[in-house]
Write a new protein. Structure first.
Length: 104
């Protein structure tokens, strides 16, 4: 068993697992339901995405590393003003007020 990712947010483990599955890499989440079994919360009970073989580990890490690194990079896109006049955060592709698409 080789650990790929672990943390308190089970949705990230699930997201990474779905990426691995889409690429034919078998995996499982250890402690997937451990938080339901106890009121104690801590790293020992966090979900952990795992694979069984070293070959799958290397493939999984090569696949997930760019995604993991991109998620850590803050988005610094400049705000933009929609045709409706709303100021929209730069990381939005559509206006939050009227739904218009960002002009690129």
């Amino acid at each position: 068993m080789h650990e790929i990712y672990g943390g308190s947010d089970s949705s990230i483990c699930g997201h990474y697992q779905s990426i691995l599955k889409a690429n034919g890499i078998p995996s499982y989440i250890r402690n997937e339901n451990a938080a339901l079994l106890t009121e104690l919360q801590g790293p020992a009970f966090y979900p952990v995405l795992c694979v069984d073989s070293i070959e799958d580990y290397e493939s999984a890490m090569a696949l997930l590393k760019p995604i993991y690194e991109a998620a850590k990079t803050p988005v610094n896109d400049a705000e933009w003003t929609c045709t409706c006049g709303a100021t929209v955060p730069g990381n939005f592709d559509n206006c939050w007020q009227c739904g218009a698409e960002k002009d690129i």
